[in-house]
Structure formats: structure tokens, C-alpha cells
Design a binder for this molecule. Structure first.
Ligand code: ZN
Length: 161
């Protein structure tokens, strides 16, 4: 079958920044497996994968508004060092994963480390970036009713609720 809503897709990809061509990440540890049509991957990639089938390759460019959004200059915050876990060896440019009071995860970049505070950038590290994915579709299958009800793919060993 080809990629459509409620298909479970396995694909390999390499993700590059359009601006300077840097490789950001790749599926070297195994394919990405996701349920299509349930907002599990960035919208611009999901839209352009539609209709592809196993063995197909493509180079897909996604603009920031269909990826991680535009860069927001107001999304920087200075917080007390003591609000962060004490065992962090903070350095500028470091990427941290923080949980807020509501247990939402935030990926932040350390902009500046001061004596008692740290300036964090709450923009996604890829905000404002146009992205290029080199994809190769490994496998496409119909999702089970349970997967559709859950809104995600079940791939055996790795699945936990
Ligand atoms: Zn599930």
C-alpha cells in the first residue's frame, strides 16, 4: 500500500539544515516507525510523504512554519540556577530537557550561564530552520484498530504505555 491516513510507515531519513547543509540527525539506529495522519511527525514532512510506497526515495524540504515554527525572540527566560537540577554541568549551547509544573517537556538551549542565573531559549532548537529530509521508505502497512484508537504505531518490543 502507499502512505495514507492510518498507514503505519517505517522509513529511514537523514535530516539536514537547508541553510548550511549540516546533518542534524539520522535513523542510523533503526527506522522511524509512525502512524500516518495522526500528527506524530512534523506536518510538512507528513504531507509530502503522502502517496509514497516501500522502496521510494525522496528529498523533501520543509519550511519552518510546517516544521518547528518561526524563531520567537520573546522566548528567552532568565531563571535562577537553583531551579535546575544541581548535577548539571551547564555550558552555553547545551540543550536541556526540562519538565514544568504540568509535567510538559520543554527542550531548551542554554544561551548564557551567569553566577546565579542561567538564560534559556525556549524556542525549539530547530525553530526558524528550513529542513531537508532525505527519506527512503522501508515498509508501509495498514494500522490495526488498536493502533488507530491509540493514535500511534505499535512496533512490538519498543511499545510501552
Ligand atoms: Zn498504544
Amino acid at each position: 500500500m502507499n502512505i495514507q491516513d492510518n498507514a503505519v510507515v517505517s522509513l529511514h531519513y537523514k535530516l539536514f539544515l537547508v541553510e548550511d547543509g549540516d546533518l542534524v540527525e539520522s535513523t542510523s539506529d533503526g527506522p522511524l516507525v509512525y502512524l500516518h495522519g495522526h500528527d506524530n511527525i512534523i506536518p510538512g514532512l507528513e504531507r509530502q510523504l503522502e502517496g509514497m510506497g516501500a522502496g521510494d526515495k525522496a528529498s523533501i524540504v520543509v519550511q519552518p512554519e510546517e516544521a518547528y515554527g518561526d524563531y520567537n525572540n520573546g522566548a528567552q527566560e532568565e531563571i535562577p540556577l537553583e531551579a535546575l537540577p544541581g548535577d548539571l554541568d551547564l555550558e552555553e549551547g547545551m540543550i536541556l530537557s526540562l519538565l514544568d509544573d504540568q509535567n510538559n517537556q520543554h527542550i531548551v538551549v542554554v544561551l548564557e550561564v551567569k553566577d546565579d542565573t542561567v538564560v534559556l531559549d525556549f524556542n525549539h532548537p530547530l525553530a526558524g530552520e528550513a529542513l531537508r529530509f532525505e527519506v527512503e521508505i522501508a515498509h508501509v502497512r495498514a494500522a490495526s484498530d488498536e493502533e488507530i484508537a491509540h493514535g500511534h504505531a505499535h512496533s512490538g518490543d519498543g511499545h510501552h504505555h
